[in-house]
Design a binder for this molecule. Structure first.
Ligand code: URA
Ligand code: URA
Length: 191
């Protein structure tokens, strides 16, 4: 499949990226993973310690919660594409700096171009500010569909926020239900 080899080639290129300083302080680039032909992409913030160690997105505690949410929605992890705003772990898990977010943006844009998902789920404030509106407040815009560049974007809370505040589980679950209605609906139309 064209998307698969193109994405694999691009991943090799990103492993050599020196557009910002983050690569100097991390073990490896966490490019993203999943189905390159998926109609849905989940975008988090940046790799944490586990992700940096394993080279895969969302494999730590937050990732395990994301897996449970996906499973509950009958959306197998292998059928979606998962990545982050920045591909290299910020030291000590600090928030990526605006310059780092800006430098890494070309990689996410290329992934979007190759995979071409109709739906993007923004996990947390950084992805929402980056992909929906720099001024967006996650608690205000979560659960609302936005349209950008012909794609539907749903912001929701980051799974790590759910671990700190279980009261956010309910709204996230409702947001995922909204996503599934559209995702299943579109799939039904295509097949
Ligand atoms: N948090 C993120 O935002 N991304 C990951 O890949 C893991 C934790
Ligand atoms: N089921 C729920 O009710 N909430 C979640 O966050 C995940 C599964």
């Amino acid at each position: 499949m064209a998307g698969r080899s193109e994405l694999a080639a691009y991943e090799q290129a990103v492993k050599e990226c020196v557009l910002c300083g983050l690569r100097n302080g991390c073990r490896q680039v966490v490019f993203g993973e999943g189905d390159p032909a998926s109609g849905i992409m989940f975008v988090g913030e940046g790799p944490g310690a586990q992700e940096d160690r394993l080279g895969r997105p969302f494999v730590g505690a937050a990732g395990q919660l994301l897996d449970r949410i996906l499973a509950a929605a009958h959306l197998p992890r292998l059928q979606v594409y998962i990545t982050n705003i920045v591909k290299c772990r910020p030291p000590g898990n600090r928030l990526p700096l605006p310059l780092e977010v800006k430098a890494c943006r070309c990689h996410l844009d290329r992934q979007l171009q190759i995979i071409n998902p109709q739906i993007i789920v923004c996990l947390g404030a950084l992805a929402t500010k980056s992909l929906v509106d720099a001024e967006a407040q996650i608690s205000r815009v979560r659960g609302i569909w936005f349209q950008r560049d012909g794609r539907l974007i749903m912001p929701t809370y980051h799974p790590a926020a759910l671990l700190r505040d279980p009261a956010k589980k309910r709204p996230v679950w409702e947001d995922i239900q909204r996503v599934m209605v559209v995702y299943r609906g579109e799939k039904a139309e295509i097949t």
